[in-house]
Design a protein around this ligand. Structure first.
Ligand code: UD1
Length: 368
């Protein structure tokens, strides 16, 4: 029986950990899972709503670290996670994605000589100004097993000198959640509540510091949105960080007066899945949403200069457009002019709903 601590911290972690914990519960003779929540995200709609929607058990341990500078947040996670690992003595610790909690917990484990696996390893934007890129690079250097979602990630790791026996191509756990939850999402009433019908709206998410922390860049993005909103309504569930910067940058009036831009509180997993899966086009700076739209064949414009998920551009519907208003609006209008029937999903290898089981197979094999 393998005792495994599964770490969650921020919103994009929950949908990656849920299928892993679920698979461990199904294989109860082989695995005893524990869930540790660092509390990096703590608002009801950034955390608890996801635990409920994804059927994740209440975390066994809640560290309650909250917000802070990168140094303060990372250090707080490390200080609070260390005694938990020392007490529980797990066989494995699994960390997912690229948030501060991921690196902090991996670092604690490697210093204690505990085995740590990184799920969604090997992705690289090659932009070291992104805090997530630093988290990915360092976590991959120190973790014992690197579970990759795509072959380009394997190549990145090899290029960094990681030995072959640490790299395990297992596919995409986030797509496990997506496929599991699609049928449940159909019961969401979010479209009726908003009064929108299939395919007659766009969905926007924006929270990267490079887009929302500086007035000039944020204003240029709003210029593009103004043009697009003349064609169709844009539904915008606003991340708490973005809500804060809109106010701090003095953009509240402009955003509220913009015709066709509808601001919402952050949505839970099922409502959001229901919403974006019916969108005509998605505009985003999120990493995960580039993958989810690829799996469903929804046109996606990525408002960043680079992507760590190139497979969504090669095989999927993703176009990287940066923050230049002309590029954003031209690409959006082109997507709107294309017949929807052309947006067929081309699902990358092993994005098949079984990535979690492949991770468990690898863990089990290390203890035979
Ligand atoms: C974090 C991740 C990012 C991920 C994003 C998804 C890092 C470095 N960044 O960014 O990779 O894409 O989560 O959401 O780990 N806040 C709240 N309530 C919350 C959480 C945050 O109000 O529950 C506000 C606080 O003002 C906080 C700010 O959002 O200071 C930023 O939160 P933080 O966890 O530092 O980073 P995110 O921008 O959420």
């Amino acid at each position: 029986m393998l005792k495994v601590i599964n770490v969650v911290g921020a919103r994009p972690n929950f949908m990656k950990v849920a299928p892993i914990v679920d698979a461990m519960k199904r294989r109860e003779r082989e695995f005893a899972p524990l869930v540790v929540h660092t509390g990096q995200h703590y608002d009801e709609m950034m955390s608890d709503a996801f635990l409920r929607d994804l059927d994740l058990p209440e975390p066994n341990v809640y560290l309650g670290v909250g917000s802070g500078s990168h140094a303060a947040q990372t250090a707080a996670v490390m200080q609070k996670f260390e005694p938990v690992v020392l007490q529980e003595k797990p066989d494995w610790v699994l960390v997912v994605g690229d948030v501060n909690s991921t690196l902090a917990c991996a670092l604690v484990c490697v210093k204690l000589g505990m085995k740590v696996g990184h799920v969604e390893a090997g992705l690289r934007s090659h932009d070291r100004a992104m805090p997530e890129e630093i988290n990915r690079l360092l976590t991959d250097q120190i973790a014992d097993r690197l579970f990759t979602p795509s072959r380009d990630a394997d190549d990145n790791l090899r290029g960094e000198g990681i030995p072959e026996d640490r790299i395990c191509f297992v596919g995409n756990v986030m797509i496990d959640s997506l496929l599991n939850q699609l049928k449940h999402a159909r019961s969401s009433t979010i479209r009726a509540q908003l009064g929108v019908a299939d395919s007659d709206y766009a969905v926007l998410t924006l929270h990267r510091p490079s887009n929302v922390d500086e007035r000039g860049t944020f204003s240029r993005i709003l210029d593009a949105l103004e043009k697009i909103a003349r064609r169709l309504p844009i539904i915008f569930p606003v991340h708490p960080r973005t809500r804060k910067t809109i106010a701090e940058l003095g953009l509240t009036d402009r955003v509220q007066r913009m015709n066709g831009l509808r601001l919402l509180e952050p949505l839970g997993y099922l409502d959001f899945l229901r919403l974006f899966s019916g969108a005509r086009v998605v505009l985003t700076d999120s990493g995960g949403l580039q993958e989810e739209t690829t799996a469903l064949g929804i046109p996606c414009l990525t408002l960043r200069e680079s992507t760590e998920r190139p497979i969504t551009v090669e095989l999927g519907t993703n176009v990287v457009v940066g923050s230049d208003p002309q590029r954003i609006s031209t690409a959006a209008l082109a997507a709107l002019d294309r017949p929807r029937a052309n947006n067929t999903p081309r699902v990358p290898p092993l994005w098949d709903g079984h990535a979690a089981d492949r991770i468990l197979d690898v863990l089990a094999a290390t203890h035979r």
